[in-house]
Design a protein around this ligand. Sequence first.
Ligand code: SF4
Ligand code: SF4
Length: 454
Amino acid sequence: MREAVIDKVRAAGVVGAGGAGFPTHIKLQFDVKRVLANGAACEPLLVSDPYLMAAHTGQVLDGLATVVRCLKAEGGTVCLKSKHQGALTSLEKGVSANGYEGLLDVFELEDFYPAGDEFILVNEVLGKIVPEGGIPLNVQTVVSNIESLLNISRAMNDLPVTDRYLTVCGEVRQPMVIKVPIGTATDKVIERAGGPLISDFKVVMGGPMMGNVLATGTEPVTKTTSGIIVLPASHNVIQYKKKSLSQMRFIAKSACTQCSRCTELCPRNMIGHALEPHRIMRHLAYTPAIAGEMTTGEGAEVLEDALICSECGICEKFACPMMLSPREINAAVKKELMGKGIKREPVRETFRVSPFNKTRKVPLNRLMERLQVARYDIHPPFYEDEIPITNVTIPLQQHIGQPALAVVNTGDPVKKGDLIGEIPEGALGARVHASIDGIVTAVDDTVVIEKRQA
Ligand code: SF4
Ligand code: SF4
C-alpha cells in the first residue's frame, strides 16, 4: 500500500501547504506512531483551514486516514481550536459517519500563538518534545497541514494540485476565503476581493507574523500561499519588516535593555530548547561585524542558537517592550550560518518544558491587538467557485528541494492538471501542474499560461 500512496502523492505534486513546501511523498516513507492534522490556523486573520475542515470534512479525514495507514501509525488526530465550532462539530460527526472511530480523533487546542508550530503542537497534543534541530519524526510523529490532507485525498483519485485556498483580508472591500488557480497574480486576487480600500498600501503574503511584504504586489500565488493581507503602508506589521539588518543592530545597541522578556516568552525556550534571543541580541549589539559578517569573532558560538529559532515572531511583535527585532536578526544570522554550511550540534539531550509554559502562552486576541490587526478579524464568506483567471505564472520551485524541470515549451496547449514541471532525476522536489487551460507563452523559472479566445 505504501508504495502506491507515495506514487500517487508524488505524481500529484503535493507539498506541505502550511509552511515551506516540503514534498509530502518524502514524509510518507517512515513508520510512526501518530499523525497530527494541523488545523490550528495559527496565524492571526488566516482562516482557510477551519473553513476546509467544515466544508470538506470527508476529504480531510480520508486524507488523514490514508496517511495513518500508509505510515502504519496507531491513529491520527485532527488538531484545531475550540473556537472553530463549526469545523469541530463537522469533524466529530465526520469521524463516526465515515467509520473512522478508533483510527481518528479530534483534539481541541486553546486559542494561542503559535499553536500551529509543529513543535508546539506535538507538545500540546502528545506531551512529547521534538529535540532541538529535529523534526516530529524524531518522536515518531508526522504533522500534516489540512490542505495537504485534502490534496492527498484528491491525489488518491489522480487529481493533481492545481488550486490553493487562501484568505484575502485587511483593507479590501470584501474579505473572503477563496480558491484560486496556482500562479494567479496577487493583484488579481485582491481585485476578486473587491479591490483595495486605500491607495497607499502594501501586501503581505502569508500571515502578519511570519508572512512577507511583497515587492510588487503582483507576485503569483503558490502551493504554500495561505493568505493575502492588504495593509496601510505605514502599518506596524509592514514597518517591522522594512528595517535593514544594520539599522536593527544599531537600534539594538542603543535600546536593548537586556530585560530578557524575548527569551521568557519564546515558545521554543518554553519547551526546553536552549534558545535565548536576548543573548543573541547582546552579542550582536556589542560586537562589531567582522568583514561585514555577523557570525565570526569571539563569543560568536551563541549565534548558532539562531538555527533553532522557528521565526515565529513572538519575541519582536509581542514580547519586546522596545520594539526591537530579535526574530529578523535571527533570520539573518541563520541565513549567514546556513550559507557557510554551519550546523548546530544539540546542546541538550533531554528537554524539560518550562513550569511557566501554560501561563506565558500568548492569547491570539491579545496578539492581534498588539499587532493592530484586530479590526480585520472578521468571519469572511467562503467561495470556491472557479474564478475567471486568464493568465497564470506558475513557479517551477514552490517547494523545498530542486526546482522542477519544465516539460512544456512555448506554444504548447495545456489543460488544467497537465504536468508542466517534473522532479529532476534522483532529486528532492515536487511536480508542478497547469492550473488553467491555455497556451504556454513563456518558460524560464516559471511557466506562463494564457487563456486564448478561440
Ligand atoms: S525583549 Fe527587547 S529589550 Fe528585552 S532583551 Fe529582548 S530584545 Fe532586548
Ligand atoms: S522568533 Fe523569537 S520567539 Fe520565536 S522561536 Fe525565534 S527567538 Fe523564539
